[in-house]
Write a protein that binds this ligand. Structure first.
Ligand SMILES: Cc1cc2nc3c(=O)[nH]c(=O)nc-3n(C[C@H](O)[C@H](O)[C@H](O)COP(=O)(O)OP(=O)(O)OC[C@H]3O[C@@H](n4cnc5c(N)ncnc54)[C@H](O)[C@@H]3O)c2cc1C
Ligand code: FES
Ligand code: FES
Length: 524
């Protein structure tokens, strides 16, 4: 297949399906095999299709399937639906307190829009060694529930990752749940010796899972975990990343798992480095020694993001720093860990998908040459539109509805210029199939002004503080700032910068943009 640069349209044609049930999704996946791709958040799939690296004949949207969203505590373990977004995990107080490394990985993930659109299932199933949630999932020994034509099976996350872009998913299988087992506990009878991590044992041939009695080290504060990522810029994939989970007893580490991302063909553990740590009193020198050993266990390559040499060098420092963080957290109470890993965002758990208001009752299927009628309510006005499966929301807004506020910048989710709100949450319109937004409510920058023509206070603040130069990024900035103020009415400057980190202003107006958002917040 030729690889080409993307354009403002999605050239590739495909058939589009929205199964109404899990059974139907499995049947379709089984029938079409390698010719089909699942669409969850679309942040990976759509970029790959735009770059012509993937050309599925069938796109099976699981975005409206019931039962795949949300975080549920069950028998001291945590069950996460495959379509749960990265943002939901980041903001979950339970994930922050108990599985801190995972919340931290989600906070380090891409941009706010990518966190809101991207799902944990998509992050695992794209098979990338740079996927940010995976080191934490490996360190916590997560198990994946896969459902296929032969039924359900449970696979440890470490066995799911087979190679770059390759997973253990078999033809017709869907990832439905990620299970985080109970936190590891200190061994009975004091420190020393290796502790077996809690393991899930299967009963009845791999169907039901029975969990060991709850060894919640977390409650007493003995378990600590952390994640660190090094990237070229904040909203980029990792050059190298690491997650650590350890159990602290007195001055010793009695259990430890380390998992590294972007330094091998898959996310990998470093058992020799772990062995250096277990049973030993914690010290900075010990953490450095573990880092030296870990370097021998990773196998990085040179690529566009970094060199093998740099990655090896940074693994030493990352190992030291992540152990230090995890060690300190093991002595903290849950509140401190939440503060450390999270921010003042709303905990949206249990998550309500931006699509759940519109669950299909029937599977529908649109052939590549056919058009399908969708309904979109844009800035309060209802439109009926005929769209082909490969039409993007951005093109429909700009070219059909002549709402040219949302801009085409990169077309690959990297600049934020195309940001609009879909069902109340910001999305990158360049990475949303218009057909998948059927029934949705869209707000564009044109819809911010009031019916009498007066501007939104945020728009006024942007004018007052000269928060634009060429103005190309401004509509995306406004839509994200609007969403930020809905989530955090009085943000700090750091929170503004973090929230807007996926919106690039090419003419460096960022200081005035942050100032405008702060002043609008203060005047409300
Ligand atoms: C600008 C940008 C920045 C990014 N930054 C980061 C980053 O910092 N860290 C990071 O880890 N990733 C990053 N990504 C990659 C991507 O956003 C994540 O991997 C995201 O989690 C993918 O989830 P999704 O729901 O969008 O997946 P989709 O694109 O919908 O799907 C991804 C793949 O998984 C398959 N799939 C999805 N769900 C399932 C399922 N339940 N069962 C079986 N197969 C399934 C799809 O068929 C597809 O092949 C970035 C992407 C972009 C465009
Ligand atoms: S055009 Fe959509 S993110 Fe750049
Ligand atoms: S004002 Fe020019 S790109 Fe932001």
């Amino acid at each position: 297949m030729n690889e080409m640069t993307n354009s403002h349209i999605l050239v590739h044609e495909f058939e589009y399906m929205e199964p109404a049930s899990l059974e139907e999704a499995i049947r379709l996946l089984n029938e079409y095999g390698d010719r089909a791709q699942v669409l969850a958040g679309g942040t990976y799939l759509l970029t790959q299709m735009k770059m012509e690296r993937l050309a599925p004949e069938y796109v099976i949207n699981i975005g409206k399937l019931p039962g795949l969203d949300g975080i549920v505590s069950q028998d001291s373990s945590l069950h996460i639906g495959a379509r749960t977004t990265i943002r939901t995990l980041r903001n979950s107080s339970q994930v922050q307190a108990d599985y801190t490394a995972l919340a931290e990985a989600c906070a380090a993930f891409g941009s706010t829009q990518i966190q809101m659109m991207g799902t944990i299932g998509g992050n695992l199933c794209n098979g990338s060694p740079a996927s940010d949630t995976v080191p934490a999932l490996v360190a916590f020994d997560a198990q994946l529930v896969l459902v296929g034509p032969a039924g359900e099976r449970l696979v440890p996350v470490a066995e799911f990752l087979v190679g770059p872009g390759k997973t253990a998913l078999q033809s017709g299988e869907l990832l439905v749940t990620v299970q985080l087992p109970p936190l590891p506990s200190p061994p009975r009878g004091g420190a020393g010796g290796e502790v077996s991590p809690p393991s899930l044992h299967r009963e009845g041939g791999g169907g039901e899972v029975s969990l060991p009695s709850p060894p919640r080290g977390g409650a007493g504060g003995e378990v600590g975990s952390a994640f660190i990522k090094i990237a070229r810029v904040a909203a980029d994939l990792a050059k190298a990343s690491v997650a650590a989970v350890l159990v602290r007893e007195g001055d010793r580490i009695v259990h430890c798992r380390l998992a590294f991302g972007s330094v091998g063909p898959t996310v990998l553990r470093t058992p020799k480095a772990e062995a250096v740590l277990i049973g030993q009193p914690f010290s900075s020198a010990l953490a450095l020694e573990a880092g030296q050993v870990a370097v021998e266990e990773v196998s990085p390559i040179d690529d566009v993001r970094s060199t093998a040499w740099y990655r090896r060098e940074v693994v030493k420092a990352l190992t030291h720093d992540v152990l230090y963080k995890a060690w300190e957290r093991a002595g903290q109470d849950a509140g401190c860990r939440m503060q450390d890993a999270g921010c003042r965002m709303q905990d949206l758990t249990p998550h309500v998908s931006r699509f759940t208001h519109h669950v299909s009752r029937f599977t529908f299927h649109v052939s590549r040459f056919a058009e399908h009628e969708i309904t979109l309510t844009v800035n309060g006005v209802k439109h009926r539109l005929q769209v082909a499966p490969n039409e993007l929301l951005l093109n429909v807004l700009r070219e059909r509805l002549e709402l040219t506020g949302a801009k085409y910048g990169c077309g690959l989710g990297e600049c934020g210029a195309c940001t609009v709100h879909l069902n109340g949450a910001p999305v990158l319109a360049c990475l949303v199939l218009a057909i998948s937004a059927d029934g949705g409510e869209v707000l564009t920058v044109e819809g911010l002004q009031r019916p009498d023509g007066t501007l939104d206070p945020l728009q006024e603040a942007f004018i007052e503080h000269a928060a634009f130069q060429c103005g190309y990024c401004t509509p995306g900035m406004l839509m994200m700032s609007k969403s930020l103020l809905n989530e955090i009415p009085s943000p700090t400057e750091d929170e503004i910068r973090d929230y807007l980190r996926g919106n690039r202003c090419r003419c460096t107006g960022f200081v005035s943009i942050a100032r405008a958002v702060m002043s609008c917040a203060q005047e409300r």
